[in-house]
Design a binder for this molecule. Sequence first.
Ligand code: HEC
Ligand code: HEC
Ligand code: HEC
Ligand code: HEC
Length: 235
Amino acid sequence: MKKNIFIVLLVILFFVSKAQSSIMGTPHDVNVMRNTNEELQVCAMCHTPHSKIEITPLWNRNQPPQSYTIYESPSFDMEAEEVLQLPSSQCMTCHNGVSSNLVNYPGPGSNMDTSYDIINNDPLFSSYSNMGSNLKNNHPVSFIYAPTRDVDNNGFPESRKVGTSRKAIVGSRGVYPLYGPNDNHFECSTCHDVHDTVEYPGKEINDGKSSGRQVFFLRADNTGSRMCTDCHTNR
Ligand code: HEC
Ligand code: HEC
Ligand code: HEC
Ligand code: HEC
């Protein structure tokens, strides 16, 4: 009997999480970030339908150019770019600990709602998500994904087209998109979905309020490191 109730609860939880699945209520929702009573515009934190700058996809966040130290290691075989590429550099406009503001604030005229601005060392960011500018201590990004260059037999899958348009690394647990004009750049968003739309049972949010969401915006469930071994299939 108890077991049946448990199963029913699990099924309900699964459908509830399906219905809510989006950026709303995640740490990337400005209403969760700022915890205010007025309802701020969620997408505006990062996008605007009309921008003064030309950064895709319709980017709304401004910061003076920053330089980053890119990952290097003797056994890292794929071709790294010298500068951090899009969209990883977009993540860093918030995650680098340097102030940034909106290009186009929601609402009419000269309204500049500072709720959308991020100040240097914003208390919004706990130390772990303030990554600074040294990326040597982070999983490599901004390199050209080329499994044939790997001499350590990690067992990386070939990338392939998903649908008819863009390429991704397709694992048994998740789909990890590649970026750049040739669909071959491995970036932060290859592992993370900034909008948290990934669905699978058992995902949870760590804000202590909502349930049924993925922690860390990962593209697949990493229980037992199985997202890691989706790409590093021989490890
Ligand atoms: C925290 C920043 C952030 C917020 C908030 C955000 N986005 Fe995004 N969005 C990004 C980044 C970064 C990319 C590029 C990386 C990628 O495609 O995953 C992107 C890509 C996109 C794309 C193109 C790729 C795709 O997924 O189809 C669309 C469309 C989009 N966002 C719509 C939205 C909408 C609608 C909202 C509000 C409900 C929103 N975004 C909120 C950061 C954000
Ligand atoms: C508009 C600013 C902004 C942008 C742009 C942004 N983030 Fe965040 N992100 C935040 C904030 C604020 C938090 C909550 C920080 C904290 O709790 O320390 C967060 C938290 C996270 C977390 C931790 C989530 C959790 O479950 O605790 C991850 C992972 C993350 N971001 C990844 C990304 C990636 C990848 C990108 C780019 C594709 C990105 N972010 C772009 C503001 C941003
Ligand atoms: C190879 C996959 C992968 C890539 C690429 C990646 N991350 Fe993560 N990220 C993870 C995993 C897995 C976690 C959860 C770590 C844990 O459980 O402690 C995480 C956690 C985080 C967190 C939460 C705080 C922390 O450090 O644990 C933030 C913020 C974050 N990532 C941002 C980024 C940004 C920004 C980039 C690009 C510069 C990036 N990630 C690239 C896999 C990745
Ligand atoms: C979407 C595919 C993908 C996922 C998921 C992924 N990796 Fe990777 N990882 C790569 C690729 C590709 C490289 C670059 C390998 C090379 O060129 O030698 C790499 C590099 C590394 C390196 C550095 C290798 C070196 O020689 O310096 C380590 C360590 C690593 N990954 C661990 C992890 C861990 C731990 C996880 C899970 C949290 C993970 N990876 C998730 C694709 C992935």
